[in-house]
Design a protein around this ligand. Structure first.
Ligand code: N01
Length: 548
């Protein structure tokens, strides 16, 4: 329900965020479990990450038909995607359609940010406060705040002295930004910048890209969906979903072969070429099973991509600057549309800020350590996120004994199943750290978490239970399992936002469960089937009433 500020309200559940996660969680709590629940959302509309990240070129890089809810056949049959990889405005429209169809809006409090969340141990209730003066006392507290919703804020000297227009890809204005006739500087060359740069370059008078680390970027190969394709997908949706859910990263790649070393070098090149042309994540997650575990296999793909960059970028020096050197596959592979050709334009310059670091931001541009100054009218930050923990810490979560999540995770995140953490009873994290989260198809991963959480809540309600919390030993076990699986791959060897190393002072730890979505779901289901092994319950219904 939508609630009034300044009068404490007692509800069954509070959900944070109205993106994919919050929308489905609200639906599950309210319409399947019959609970009284409300959502707090900082934006003035639904959409979550797709509300904020509306920079030019923003689009999904998993097939639209896969990157959508599967829980309602009615929704998936009614909704028609126009492109293979939907652009941000279409994904926003889709989430608005879902919210309206399920009549979710009346239970969402927009333009309202949670500022503190405190567990009252005696009452076994969460007390949630917002920046608009709401106080809600609830039994279940669920974060759908996302993993990439808290922008990193690199501390550039002179940052606030810039007098021109300043933009951030992660909080792009709602009105279209027109760069016509303007000079622009953009810092960062991650997935966001790689989508935005080709379009900004077409419009701006001049664009300077400040690149610290080049990425292995592969053509997206987006196209319109034909009527026949749409018909075939909709007719076959059940099977498509089954295959996606069983696949390692929540997307089925029929091109996947077990080992690169079962093929001859010629066959390998042919297969890599095939995956390159297939587009999206085919090369990264759909070529060979050992690309992410075997350094030699990773190096072969790395050289393959570098050869593509050299073919596409006409100036050999610029091409070399764009050639990555880190282990292929260990960073999230961005997908591009004419990204490399953009550097053949006369109005685009690439500055390597690893070789010549940014010394300071000035009132009209950037000074480099070499003494060179670059001037522009508009500055764009595409500098990434404080992933996983950033959005959770912003909620001001205090569990047992007033301990903060920050304190509990001081030496590194520790959870059970990436769903809950010891000391924070009844606090659930949708796509939390140490779950498959960002290395699984997000909407499908979200569905699995929402359904597990809803089942756990139903179990508690049916059995008169007041609190659920992971046992400490189980959390330690899960932590070890996540690390062991990650360490069997190459991924932890590179500094990335997966390890938290893009944020100064953040403990370095690989924060994604890499065992694959199917194995993960099986574990979660087994835990539930066996009466939530590894979780401790408290039951004392007499304490559930009269909370102050
Ligand atoms: O952020 P990033 P992003 N000085 O962290 C640079 C998802 N996503 O917003 O690599 C100079 O990847 C930094 O340099 P370095 C997706 O999961 C999905 O682009 O640290 N440069 C890097 O180049 C993705 O992975 C879609 O050396 C600095 C850039 O800023 C995730 O979001 C689309 C710097 C940050 O890149 C994040 O992507 C877009 C400094 N001080 C994003 N600090 C879809 O298609 C940082 N950088 C669904």
């Amino acid at each position: 329900m939508s609630i009034q500020p300044h009068t404490p309200v007692h509800l069954d559940a509070v959900v944070v965020g109205a993106g994919f996660a919050g929308l489905y969680m609200l639906h599950a709590l309210r319409d399947r479990l019959g609970l009284k629940a409300t959502v707090f959302e900082a934006a003035d509309d639904v959409g979550g990450t797709w509300y904020w990240n509306r920079y030019p070129g923003a689009r999904c890089d998993i097939d639209s038909y896969d990157y959508s809810f599967s829980f309602s056949d009615e929704i998936q049959q009614e909704w028609t995607w126009s492109e293979k990889y939907a652009a941000q405005p279409e994904i926003m429209k889709y989430l608005q359609f879902v919210a309206d169809k399920l009549k979710l809006r009346p239970d969402i409090n927009f333009e309202t940010r949670v500022v503190s969340s405190t567990y009252d141990e005696h009452a076994r209730r969460w007390v949630i406060r917002t920046d608009r003066g709401h106080t809600v006392v609830c039994k279940y507290y669920i974060s759908g705040a996302g993993t990439l919703s808290n922008a990193a804020d690199p501390a550039f000297k002179g940052k606030h002295s810039f007098k021109g227009e300043v933009y951030s890809t992660s909080a792009w204005p709602h009105e279209p930004v027109d760069f016509t006739g303007k000079t622009v500087g953009i810092i960062g060359t991650g997935a966001s910048a790689i989508q935005a740069i080709p379009l900004i370059a077409q419009q701006a008078k001049h664009l300077t890209v400040f690149q610290r680390t080049p990425n292995y970027t592969v053509p997206l190969q987006n196209c319109r969906e034909t009527e026949e394709e749409v018909k075939a997908i909709k007719a076959n949706y059940a099977e498509i979903r089954k295959q996606s859910k069983a696949a390692l990263a929540g997307v089925a790649f029929p091109s996947m072969r077990t080992s690169m070393f079962d093929d001859t070098p010629e066959q390998v090149q042919q297969h890599l070429e095939y995956c390159w042309n297939a587009g999206g994540f085919s090369l990264w997650l759909g070529a060979y099973g050992d690309v992410l575990t075997d350094e030699k296999a990773s190096n072969i793909v790395a050289e393959f991509v570098r050869s593509k960059i050299r073919q596409r970028v006409t100036d050999p020096k610029t091409a070399e600057k764009l050639c990555p050197r880190y282990l292929y596959g260990t960073k999230r592979q961005p997908c591009e549309t004419r990204y490399y050709e953009t550097y053949n334009r006369d109005n685009v310059a690439l500055v390597d800020v690893k070789a010549d670091p940014i010394q300071q931001i000035t009132e009209d541009g950037i000074d480099l350590e070499s003494g060179q100054s670059v001037h522009f009218d508009c500055l764009i930050y595409a500098t990434g996120f404080d992933a996983f923990t950033g959005p959770l810490y912003k909620l001001g979560v205090k569990g047992r004994g007033g301990a903060t999540l920050q304190a509990h995770w001081r030496t590194g995140v520790r959870t059970n199943l990436g769903l809950m953490s010891h000391g924070f009873p009844n606090f659930f994290m949708i796509t939390g750290p140490q779950s498959p989260s960002v290395l699984f198809n997000m909407p499908l991963g979200i569905e699995q978490h929402v359904e597990w959480i809803a089942d756990a809540i139903r179990y508690m309600e049916d059995n008169g239970l007041e609190a659920i919390e992971p046992a400490l030993e189980e959390e330690v076990e899960w932590d070890k399992l996540v690390a062991d699986i990650a360490n069997a791959t190459l991924l932890p060897r590179t500094d990335t936002w997966y390890t938290g190393s893009n944020i100064p002072g953040k403990p370095r730890k690989f924060l994604v469960y890499l065992g694959g979505g199917a194995a993960y779901k099986q574990t979660c289901d087994e835990v539930a089937r066996n009466g939530y092994t590894g979780f401790v319950f408290e039951s004392d219904p007499s304490l559930s009433a009269n909370v102050a």
